[in-house]
Ligand binder design. Structure first.
Ligand code: ASC
Length: 118
């Protein structure tokens, strides 16, 4: 469940990032739609990090459970920045979207650096 939710979120955030980076032509409606979906999905993965589920085919590091307050804080930071991205995306200002997409992507990376195995 958590892998699926993170994968769907990454797909929709990736569509925003691709337009913010200029790899895909800017489309205001598509960027707002994808950012809104990424924001919704950002709330979902966390219920999947059940105690004892850090075994088997997973990149989840044990620190998710041993330092759970830090993990929770990192996940909440990302959700907050995803909410800001959805709001900015609605506004349609490409420079503001670019800036916020960078901040939001940084919160994805920050959590991966600490809590995801290579
Ligand atoms: C993505 C994605 C991530 C983040 C990260 C940002 O599109 O799937 O995990 O952005 O690469 O640094």
């Amino acid at each position: 469940y958590r892998k699926s939710a993170l994968s769907v979120m990454a797909t929709h955030f990736g569509r925003v990032a691709a337009m913010a980076n200029g790899r895909v032509p800017f489309d205001a409606a598509a960027i707002a739609n994808n950012a809104a979906i990424a924001e919704s999905i950002s709330k979902l993965p966390w219920a999947g990090f059940v105690d004892g589920s850090g075994v088997g085919d997973t990149k989840a590091k044990p620190e998710i459970w041993s330092d759970n307050a830090k993990f929770k804080a990192a996940s909440e930071k990302m959700q907050g920045e995803m909410t800001k991205l959805a709001a900015v995306a609605k506004g349609g200002n490409i420079d503001a979207i670019k800036a916020q997409a960078g901040v939001t992507g940084g919160t994805c990376k920050g959590c991966h650096d600490d809590f995801r195995k290579e």
